[in-house]
Design a protein. Sequence first.
Length: 335
Amino acid sequence: MVREKHRWIIPAVLGFVLLLSMMMAAGIGVIRIPMEVVVQSAGQKLGLFRDVEIAEYYQVTLWQLRIPRIVMSVLAGAALAICGGVFQSIFRNPVCDPYILGISSGASIGAAAAFILGWDAVVFGVTMPALVTALLTLLLILGIARFRGKHDTNTLLLIGIALNFLISALITLLVVMNQKEMHKIYFWTMGSLTHVSWIEIAWLVPVMVICIIILFYHSKAMNIMQVGVETAQTLGVNTERTTHVVLVTSSVLISVVVSFCGSIGFIGLIMPHVARLLVGSNNRRLFTYSLFFGAFFLLIADTLARTIAAPAELPVGSITALAGAPYFIYLVMRK
């Protein structure tokens, strides 16, 4: 009983440190904002510090530009990390990432079409086409697998890889034929949190909460499936149903994140590895710590992306790749 109570102490500490890190990140940028101003501004939103006067440009910078972006980086990083942990568990493959089924490529072709058609100037003009094509890619993968009569993870994996190559080739053709939009498409596919707003966050939060609850609910079944499908079936686990539920749930969450933020690599690949090294392979603990590590990682990466070359901005995916690729090589050499 004592151990059950104490196991939430570290996640609680991580949550506090994450909140503190978010407040520190809010003060960093082209316009430097003192930490006390960030605290006072946040307090005013909660009904505190009403007598404190805060400059208008500080308020606008914080609540219209930085804080929505910081919140989105935390949510997106957490979502990608837990989905990476799910995919590695289901496929029993440590090099799986959330984009292995081609969901990212599916979203990218919708975004590319939106840029070419000029829809990026409209609210949700890129997000909605990206979300629709990502979900259509998922349905296509499941449809081909059902037509083939195979529902095992290897079949889904191979179909996803094939569609990934196909869609990537189509995106290349679109870019070559529309070079005027090449920069926008390339920047989006590398991942960017530049244009996120509270509207996107309001869409993401309920989807993310529902998906995470479903994934945690099936974490025990996924633990049992680690020892083998046949063994799990003898223990009463409906392996086919569990596989489809968690893969569809993860893919829906990935689709929403990618449609808002573009393709941000290495988070879902590396963060579950870090969590596994620290807390082991129990999926419930692995998912919990992956959420925090993914949130920290993308928060730091996005802060660097918007400050290293200020006032210009780097694609956040390039920062995560620069940090993630060397660590992945280290993991390969270590094992």
